[in-house]
Ligand binder design. Sequence first.
Ligand code: TYD
Length: 136
Amino acid sequence: GARPCTVIDLEQHVDERGSLSVVESEWTAGFPIRRVYYLHDPDVGSSRGGHAHRALEQLVIAVHGGFTITVDDGKKQAEYRLDDAGRGLYIGPMVWRNLKDFSPGAVALVLASLHYDEADYYRDYAEFLAAARRLR
Ligand code: TYD
């Protein structure tokens, strides 16, 4: 589905022991989760991403620390600071994204709808832009 990027409040169970946040495949993210990966031990000055996906949907959660995600659908740009483990950012297909400004020790948990497939990537911005403009 071509849903726009949205912040999703996760189901949370908070008590005096701390907080527990839940993601259930399909229900929370709106897609079946086929792959989980996480970015950790960041070089705080570096940026990641710099690509878009043809079909992949993702839910990104700052499970520790924070970082900034910029998204661009070929028409509109937006920026999100993720620093709350009780929230996630849904990123749909055909969205160019960058991750930057990692706090020391930040961990970005990524829940993905598809297995890793390099053919699903746009790694060239001009190529992405041409394809996105044909779509929208
Ligand atoms: P890359 O796409 O550069 O990561 P990011 O989106 O955070 O900038 O991926 C880094 C390397 O890891 C690259 O060689 C591809 C590989 N990789 C996998 O093999 N499997 C995966 O699930 C992912 C996400 C990346």
